[in-house]
Design a binder for this molecule. Structure first.
Ligand SMILES: [Zn+2]
Ligand SMILES: [Zn+2]
Length: 737
């Protein structure tokens, strides 16, 4: 019995803070009792910090009871037994920002329990930075409003008159599903919905998880915009959340929403939004004043008290998984959230993930299909070029050269896809076999031609760099082999810059544009390039994955996949699935519009018989997914097992390896003793093995039952607390192995 507490006259309150410890902290209060969800400033050591009052009983009542899989979660709410009354400090002032929505608090609590992140750290990481800073809540002078109060005052001012017409619509919610008002608002340019789109829209009206499997160019975006419009006009309060993989890659999507929802303020949330603007949007959304939100994964945890519909475009995309801090999946959290607040969830993709197919098979999700392109054009035929029979000299087979030539003769456009940045993957010495390597990461450093050097006037001196694609470090190219002194150094393999050079040599008359992360650093610039392609100012586009997503090119006749075999051989069990998705997307760029002569897709490969290419040939997305599912089931891999990775690093490889090995043995024996059915593999090195001078390794923890997995994770957390020098972290449902 904590005697200090029982004799303490001070009532305690729990406050969630961004601190690197599992526990929430406890403070005393006087006067009016702070309520669950109140934002406050509290003393922490010598600092003042922003936190949120949390009442564990309300949290449990709101749904937190279902977190039983994580036995230690509630333990973090207990005041420590040795908490001395003298150490309890009084809570500071309540902030003027609105009390947090209770359902939102449960969402963050679930994320914290599931992804094994301290509740306070999880919660505060979602609050915009600008609102986390106590000075923005404090008046600069006595009696003057604080910066936050000023912002809030501005928000409560009447909206500009421009939106009056829309307010009239909103004040008269229609009982019908599509209100008369919204029909008259329909822009004249939109064609009527086809039957498949209508069926999809009708299905989404039912609460549940819906999978919209639509071939590239089938009009999924139209379903998104119409679904949003329907809901926003039907009910004057409802809010809609649209998640996209990368805002920079989807300018077309955002403008489609703006067109469909004239007069609505749409919040666009992504990493390039300024901190103050993010705070402003966050507050407006949290108060229900902004009802349409489009954002990247970080938007998945925006407080939306009237959330009615969540839509996730390209739901299979790896960018929905956060790779640092709380390693959450925006898609998986959205599934939980939609279920919890009884909203509808729409998962859209041309290539749904294996996880999603598995849920369809279990009958948990509903399948909706858009099997035809909106333009009515059949998919462009795919053919494979066997590189052993028709070698890709300079990166291009004779078949590819002939087809590109034919397209150019006909005045069309060709897209050459190679998902490898730089000029060549490595620089090597022909005498001793030395290969360029990043000094820190110990992986190949990539030969790049500087972007400025593309202009003929630049001198060759600074033309070449060696760049590490993991840590970003770049160094000048060596003239002599550092190992044997030979000057005969040559680039090995081919990146997209080198392919561009070949294309310029083979097709000197063609207008060629390269699109990759080196030539296009901002979303805006990408938009400009895409417009130039659309206007027909380019004959050949050569580029990386950046080109694959979301763009509807009006006159792309031919797509050539130059080399995708490397990804095929990647040992990560998810690599083929990702490659298949990318290739289907890239292939879908070809021949989307009528009147294109000889539309087609050529894939150059050394492995034409590989299963993946055979399914690609038939554009059989479902068949491929079923084959992958059968493999995963047979090998006990996700989604047929639950998995977590414990990652650790240390300056000494031996130290890290033996610590991980000891933990592995300890966990394995604890599992045997307690009859917990969990498999623990490792330690295995991560890729790259060394980063910033630290060796990196991981243990893989796997079970058929989520509860068993989490039981082991509780033990791992104890180890992490006592092994902070290994900089350990947990990744639940890791997607990169
Ligand atoms: Zn050498
Ligand atoms: Zn590096």
């Amino acid at each position: 019995m904590p005697t200090d507490l029982s004799t303490s006259p001070k009532p305690l309150i729990s406050v969630a803070l961004d601190v690197p410890m599992a526990q929430v902290l406890h403070y005393s209060w006087a006067g009016e009792k702070p309520a669950h969800g109140d934002w406050v400033i509290v003393p922490l050591g010598k600092r003042q910090v922003v936190g949120m009052v949390v009442d564990r009983h309300i949290l449990a009542q709101d749904g937190g009871e279902s977190f039983g899989f994580n036995e230690s979660f509630w333990g973090s709410f207990e005041p420590p037994a040795d908490l001395a009354a003298s150490k309890i400090r009084p809570i500071g002032p309540r902030l003027s920002i609105p009390r947090a929505d209770r359902q939102w608090i449960v969402l963050l609590a679930f994320a914290s329990a599931y992804y094994r992140r301290p509740f306070g750290a999880a919660l505060l990481s979602v609050l915009p930075k600008w609102l986390r800073q106590p000075q923005n809540h404090r008046p600069k002078k006595e009696g003057a409003p604080s910066l936050v109060q000023k912002l809030l005052e501005k928000m409560s001012a009447p909206p500009p008159s421009a939106s009056c017409a829309d307010e009239a619509d909103l004040s008269q919610p229609q009982t019908g599903v599509v209100s008369a008002a919204s029909k008259t608002d329909q822009p004249a340019t939109d064609p009527p919905l086809n039957t498949d789109q209508q069926n999809a829209l009708a299905a989404i009206r039912e609460i549940g998880v819906h999978v919209l499997h639509g071939v590239t160019g089938s009009g999924k975006t139209r379903v998104y915009t119409e679904a949003a419009r329907e809901i926003l006009f039907r009910d004057a309060q409802s809010q809609v959340l649209m998640l996209v993989p990368e805002i920079g890659l989807t300018p077309q999507l955002v403008s489609r929403f703006k067109k469909t929802l004239p007069g609505f303020e749409i919040a666009i949330l992504h990493s390039e939004v300024s901190e103050r603007e993010r705070a402003r949007l966050w507050l407006l959304i949290a108060q229900g004043k902004i009802r349409m939100v489009i954002g990247t994964r970080l938007a998945a945890m925006t407080p939306m008290p009237h959330l009615t519909l969540i839509m996730i475009d390209e739901e299979h995309d790896a960018s929905y998984k956060q790779q640092e801090g709380m390693r959450y999946s925006a898609r998986d959290l959205s599934v939980w959230r939609a279920h919890h607040v009884k909203a509808s969830l729409l998962l859209g993709s041309a290539t749904p993930s294996v996880e999603t197919w598995a849920q369809l098979e279990r009958g948990k999700y509903q399948y909706l299909s858009l099997p035809k392109r909106a333009t009515g054009e059949p998919p462009a035929p795919i053919s494979l070029v066997d590189s052993l029979k028709d070698p890709a000299t300079g990166g291009l087979s004779s078949q590819a050269r002939a087809r590109i030539d034919a397209v150019l003769q006909g005045g069309g456009q060709a897209l050459i896809f190679l998902n490898r940045r730089g000029y060549a993957p490595v620089l090597s010495c022909s005498s001793c076999g030395w290969a360029s390597e990043c000094a820190d990461c110990k992986i190949a450093s990539v030969l790049h031609r500087s972007e400025a050097a593309s202009t003929p006037t630049s001198t060759s001196a600074s033309k070449w760099r060696l760049q590490c694609h993991h840590c970003g470090q770049s160094s000048p190219v060596v003239r002599q082999c550092p190992q044997c002194g030979d000057t005969d150094l040559s680039p090995i393999g081919r990146g997209v810059q080198r392919l561009e050079q070949t294309l310029r040599e083979v097709f000197p008359q063609a207008r060629i544009m390269r699109v990759d992360r080196d030539s296009v650093r901002q979303g805006k610039l990408l938009g400009e390039r895409i417009d130039a392609i659309d206007r027909g100012e380019v004959d050949i586009v050569v580029g990386t994955q950046m080109l694959a997503k979301g763009h509807d090119f009006a006159r792309m006749n031919l797509v050539v996949v130059a080399d995708a075999d490397t990804q095929l051989l990647n040992p990560d069990f998810r690599a083929p699935e990702r490659l298949f998705a990318t290739l289907i997307q890239v292939a879908g760029r070809a021949g989307r519009h009528a009147g294109e002569v000889g539309a087609g897709v050529l894939v150059q490969t050394r492995y034409p018989q590989h299963r993946l290419y055979q399914y690609l040939l038939n554009q059989d997305v479902k068949g491929y997914a079923q084959a992958e599912m059968a493999d995963r089931r047979a090998s006990g891999l996700p989604p047929y097992a639950f998995m977590a990775a414990l990652r650790a690093s240390h300056t000494h490889q031996q130290t890290a390896q033996s610590a991980l090995r000891a933990l592995q043995a300890e966990l394995a024996s604890a599992c045997r003793e307690r009859s917990i059915d969990v498999r623990i593999y490792g330690p295995v090195p991560r890729y790259p093995e060394t980063l910033a001078g630290r060796w990196r390794g991981q243990l893989m923890i796997e079970s058929d039952h989520r509860r068993s997995l989490h039981a082991v994770l509780s033990m791992v957390e104890d180890w992490m607390t006592s092994h902070a020098s290994f900089d350990p972290h947990l990744d639940v449902d890791p997607i990169e192995l």
